[in-house]
Design a protein around this ligand. Structure first.
Ligand SMILES: Nc1nc2c(ncn2[C@@H]2O[C@H](COP(=O)(O)OP(=O)(O)O)[C@@H](O)[C@H]2O)c(=O)[nH]1
Ligand SMILES: [Mg+2]
Length: 306
């Protein structure tokens, strides 16, 4: 399956509802104020924020629509405008073809998909690269075990602390091991209790400081993992984690399981932080580089642009 088909298949929950509703509205109708209002509420119901919806509606008002291909024209204009919002946010998190070594810290609320995503990423990285995975979610034994299983499956190095050990001290040991044993990537899993818990944020800040103390020259990226089914709640999470932790990249998971995929567009429109991957299912293959055109066209059930 090509890249576009993966998006199209997995985003079908959003696209089926969104495109069905749009077709229902526009079928045999002129594009007048009433249809535009109906279109507006459909876009809002897929969790596209109001400011983006207004932008999209304005773009439709500007075009000339003939009766023959009216629906197609509207969908194409929507897709193009959504793509324009998303395009500047495309970001390659790991380029395993060059030699840049880096440390990636994965943060986010419980259940957002951090541990699973680390497993998927480790599986994607070329096997000529050495990967170390560190379990800094030391409060939940099950989390450590889950990560260790992923690491074993991929033949990655693995390091975990004792139960309830200070996560920063596990990160300390991991960063030392990373340097001494000449790893290429260190993927750090962290705990994710509620993001309004300032203790958690402070703990993550401490963890980051420890890493830069051990290795001040290594590139460190903080990756915020968001559960796509959380809809507009994701915005709050980006606000809390993003500012304090200098988040450099977003990953949005579970877009296969939601009819509200539009929330990703709201995030892209609101924040400067780029989006590197999207999670489209539970297996290792279900993590794909974020691609603005594939996403925009898929959620509107359009075919790939030739
Ligand atoms: N459908 C779907 N489920 C996912 C995706 N990513 C993670 N999950 C599931 O979400 C649940 C929580 O994931 P986990 O990695 O443990 O979250 P963590 O608490 O942030 O580490 C697990 O059941 C995962 O299988 C995804 O992209 N799609
Ligand atoms: Mg976890």
């Amino acid at each position: 399956m090509n890249f576009f088909s993966i998006f199209k298949n997995k985003l079908s929950k959003t696209s089926n509802i969104l495109s069905f509703n749009i077709l229902e509205i526009l079928k045999n109708k002129k594009i007048d104020d009433i249809t535009l209002e109906e279109l507006e509420s459909v876009l809002i119901s897929s969790d596209i924020s109001l400011d983006v919806v207004n932008k999209l509606i304005e773009s439709i008002k500007k075009i000339k629509i003939s009766n023959d291909d009216g629906i197609k024209t509207v969908l194409e204009v929507l897709a193009q405008n959504i793509e324009n919002i998303l395009l500047p946010k495309e970001h390659i998190l790991i380029n395993d073809k060059n030699d840049e070594k880096k440390i990636l810290i994965f943060v986010g609320v419980n259940g957002s998909g951090k541990t699973t995503t680390i497993g998927k990423i480790a599986n994607k990285i070329l096997s000529n690269k050495k990967i170390l995975i560190a379990a800094c979610d030391t409060f939940r034994a099950a989390a450590v075990e889950q990560l260790e299983n992923w690491a074993k499956k991929n033949n990655n190095g693995f390091i975990a602390g004792k139960n309830n050990q200070d996560p920063a001290s596990v990160a300390f040991e991991a960063t030392e091991k990373f340097g001494k044993e000449d790893y290429d990537f260190l993927l750090i899993d962290t705990a994710g209790r509620l993001s309004n818990n300032t203790n958690l944020i402070n703990q993550l800040i401490k963890l980051k400081n420890v890493i830069s103390k051990v290795n001040s020259t290594i590139k460190v990226e903080t990756v915020l993992v968001l559960d796509g089914t959380n809809g507009s709640n994701m915005i709050k999470q980006v606000e809390i984690f993003g500012k304090e932790l200098n988040v450099s990249s977003l990953i949005i998971t579970k877009l296969d399981g939601t009819a509200k995929g539009g929330a990703l567009i709201s995030i892209a429109n609101k924040f400067e932080i780029p989006i590197s991957y999207v999670g489209l299912g539970e297996t290792v293959e279900d993590l794909v580089n974020f691609n603005s055109q594939s996403f925009a066209r898929s959620i509107l059930n359009l075919e790939e642009k030739k």
